[in-house]
Design a protein around this ligand. Structure first.
Ligand SMILES: Nc1ncnc2c1ncn2[C@@H]1O[C@H](COP(=O)(O)OP(=O)(O)OP(=O)(O)O)[C@@H](O)[C@H]1O
Ligand SMILES: [Mg+2]
Length: 260
């Protein structure tokens, strides 16, 4: 082990922000069907920090993740991964950046059923024609506790194990940042706790940067910081969250009435 967290890549002019949105707006449709999904959002995700994004359904959480990860275009403002402004990138460069610097964990694990766990984990690198760093891969597999399951196909794994494969896949390529959209949304609480514990460890021990959407105050309590969205705007932030403090904050949302 080096003293430098393995997942952290610093550059000479690193600002410490793994990703940053500035006055980011996203408008879907036009005229009467127009929806302002994100309304001038400015937020920074620091390296080696675990951020949870919370807010009512339709508040723009997934949209923010997709825009920050280059999976969707933005209407105005700026979205950066490290020092790279996504809006300046042509399709090919954007695809490369997504592949090389960003891990995305989808709610439905998106594993390929015909590949075993290890093949699923290394798939993005195999597509990119890159060789996995074996020491890193061993460390990721050991941390997710999948060493004895690498030859199993998804239908031979529990839901929690499948989600851990999806998490390992996101980590394996050593991305600058991982976006996870409700990664524990369809797991039982024990499997969910396994995945969350693993995500937190990858931040603490490996210096990974993670941004995670969740509706669950317990899941949010694994993070370092909770950012609250409502109606496409950031309305609050909580550092060092506990399940109780998150729940309290959510109740205040409800008291004011949900507008979305
Ligand atoms: N492709 C689209 N076309 C039109 N409107 C969209 C599209 N995607 C999202 N929206 C709208 O943008 C708003 C934000 O959606 P988003 O999916 O980001 O919400 P969310 O906070 O992730 O909600 P949930 O908790 O239900 O997943 C919603 O009002 C939604 O209807
Ligand atoms: Mg969503």
């Amino acid at each position: 082990m080096t003293t430098m967290p393995l997942g952290v890549k610093t550059t000479a002019h690193s600002t410490g922000a793994a990703a940053r949105a500035t006055d980011l707006s996203k408008v879907y449709g036009e005229g009467e069907t127009q929806v302002i999904a994100l309304d001038s959002v400015s937020v920074e995700f620091r390296q080696a920090e675990f951020t949870a994004i919370m807010g009512p359904s339709g508040s723009g959480k997934s949209t923010l993740m997709h825009c920050m990860a280059g999976l969707d275009t933005i209407s105005s403002g700026s979205a950066r991964i490290g020092d790279v402004e996504l809006t300046t990138l042509k399709d090919k460069k954007l695809t490369q950046l997504r592949r090389d610097k960003i891990g995305f964990i989808f709610q439905a694990f998106n594993l390929l059923p015909t590949l075993n766990a290890l093949e699923n984990i290394t798939l993005p690198m195999d597509i990119a024609g890159r060789k996995a760093d074996q020491a890193w891969l061993d460390q990721v597999v050991a941390t997710v506790g999948l060493a004895g399951r690498l030859k199993h196909r998804p239908n031979q794994l529990s839901g929690g194990q499948q989600q851990r494969v999806a998490v390992a896949r996101a980590l394996a390529g050593q991305p600058e940042i991982i976006f996870a959209d409700e990664p524990t949304g369809n797991l039982d609480s024990r499997s969910g706790a396994e995945v969350l514990g693993f995500l937190r460890n990858s931040v603490r021990e490996l210096g990974q940067t993670i941004v995670m959407v969740t509706h669950d105050p317990v899941a949010a309590s694994y993070s370092d910081r909770v950012v609250f969205l409502a109606d496409g705007r950031i309305v609050d932030e909580l550092r060092g969250p506990t399940a109780d403090s998150v729940l309290d904050r959510m109740k205040r949302f409800d008291a004011k009435g949900r507008t979305s």
